[in-house]
Design a protein around this ligand. Structure first.
Ligand SMILES: [Zn+2]
Ligand SMILES: [Zn+2]
Length: 158
């Protein structure tokens, strides 16, 4: 890990560790930093995926709260839930586990729920963020850098 260099946005390109048969991309993007609106880093070593620290967020559904760890590897939908049972299709609210700030909506998801914004630099900037759907098991997520959607085909040009 020590020899790896994250770019200035804290992203790292690695060989795709996802062994699924339908994995079509040889390379994958790892998010190395991700912030709440108050500037707390949501990347946390308490949750590790393929050796990379994951995204730790607080989730709430009604009166039930818990922590969820998401894989920092783009396209990897691995997930760890702590103190909460997640049911497929449910819509959750996402909070910063440090300051309890509700993470803001970026845009509607095609499933009818919302894409929640995770900022790639400290500060609220909706042109530099990752959107993750608030619906459990919805696979939609997108990365916006300088207001452009970063697709996997563009990763090599990073
Ligand atoms: Zn925070
Ligand atoms: Zn969705």
């Amino acid at each position: 890990m020590d020899m790896e260099r994250f770019n200035k946005r804290g992203m790292l390109i690695i060989p795709n560790p996802i062994m699924a048969k339908d994995a079509v991309h040889e390379k994958s993007l790892v998010v190395g930093q991700l912030y709440c609106p108050e500037g707390h880093d949501l990347i946390n070593r308490r949750v590790v995926f393929n050796g990379y620290p994951g995204i730790l967020i607080k989730v709430q559904r009604g009166s039930v709260t818990g922590l969820v760890g998401l894989s920092p590897i783009c396209g990897d939908h691995a997930r760890i839930s702590i103190d909460i049972d997640l049911s497929s299709g449910e819509i959750m609210e996402f909070f910063c586990p440090v300051c309890d700030t509700l993470l803001p909506v970026h845009s509607p998801c095609s499933c009818g729920a919302d894409l929640i914004a995770f900022f790639t630099e400290p500060g609220v900037d909706f042109t530099n963020c990752i959107g993750i759907c608030s619906r459990v098991d919805c696979k939609n997520s997108q990365i916006l850098i300088n207001d452009e959607l970063v697709s996997f085909s563009m990763i090599d040009a990073f």
